[in-house]
Ligand binder design. Sequence first.
Ligand code: AMP
Ligand code: GLY
Length: 442
Amino acid sequence: MLNRERYRAATPVWLHLMHILLLGSGGREHALAWKIAASPLVTKLWCAPGNAGIAREAECVALDASDHAAVIEFCKRHAVDLVVVGPETPLVAGIVDDLAAHGIKAFGPSQLAARLEGSKGFTKALCTEFGIPTGAYGRFSDADAALAYVRAKGAPIVVKADGLAAGKGVVVAQTLREAEDAIAMMFDGAFGAAGAEVVIEEFLSGREISFFALSDGETAIALASAQDHKRVFDHDEGPNTGGMGAYSPTPFVTPEIHAEIIAKIILPTVTGMKARGTPFRGVLYAGVMLTPDGPKLFEYNVRFGDPECQVLMLRMMSDIVPAMLASCDGQLKNFDLRWYPESALTVVMAAKGYPGDYVKGTRIEGLDEAASVEGVEIFHAGTTSKNGAILSNGGRVLNVCASGKSITEAQHRAYAAVDRIQWPQGFCRRDIGWQAVERERG
Ligand code: AMP
Ligand code: GLY
């Protein structure tokens, strides 16, 4: 049964109140659509542009999120009560502000608050001003000064384009030569305007985790921790990707570390953004390194992670819609979210060649059989349907997710489902969750 139907069966008709438009087309948006559609508050959900999986939960519409006027027109025509923005690009482009100017409520930060992701230099300066633990850094707008800085500091060192660069703007340089090459590449315009300023940051060693919180501009509540797997191949080898799998919660975020991240990173960020007159509303996704000196922030994203969102949605027991409304309306102070005690894990299936070149339009079979494995939910990340067949339509194509009593059980179920999917042109990592599984084995 669809998640939506499960809840609707028990909900009185008079409670069906809201029209929601979700923007995006990835696995994150499928998970959000699945969770939003389950809310008894929602009568109608659209997704723009969506994908073949999202079409099971929402009506997909061919709207371009970069065309703010078209989105506003759609919202007015269909009496949309809430717009939920999945990816960062429309947030950084100010879609929430433009919707607000027309009286339309949108979940996510304003353009000025989205600078937490849109400008790495902005975030570093905020950390300095409000005492948020992060690596030492310098901000540069010319190559000579940047080169002098890395030569003085030595390697390893991290070179980052200031602006959005589709996940490719960070070079973790193991040698001075790599750092010099990265600086040359960025100032030569490899990332366009995003590389006009470069941030150079101390290399932080430790375990990397993702920490999610929800803010309403005044306060924040924790969502959950997760661990992503950025490298394309097993054993964390190969180039970086958008994320090849994730699990939640991570055992490395102990209750003490959780409290420390809230107190030293999340709350000072919320306070700092408010003090600057640009309160942050929406999802704060902190990239945190658990260093020997405690948790340190190495980046912020201003939205749910993809694929981390998928495991968070599986674990969230509460209705997400009131939480989103509370974030928009400054009502999070007395809010609480309930979570299932189970762990969740997701394996990303990608088109062969990803994150480099790959072909689209290859046929995927066995999805229903895979979804029948206990605890399994499959979210589509890049699919389309043609004459009843599901075809790949992107680099990351499917998210095979599972819940379980432990990460080990969730992993076992997810791979049992993966093994029922017939897609010769696809591949996945076989070791998602390995760090937690190793720890559970003791
Ligand atoms: P991003 O593309 O911004 O997600 O960053 C890519 C990856 O670079 C992160 O997932 C981290 O593994 C790594 N990274 C970023 N900043 C640092 C840092 N200061 N020290 C070590 N690794 C880092
Ligand atoms: N999983 C990484 C990201 O969403 O940026």
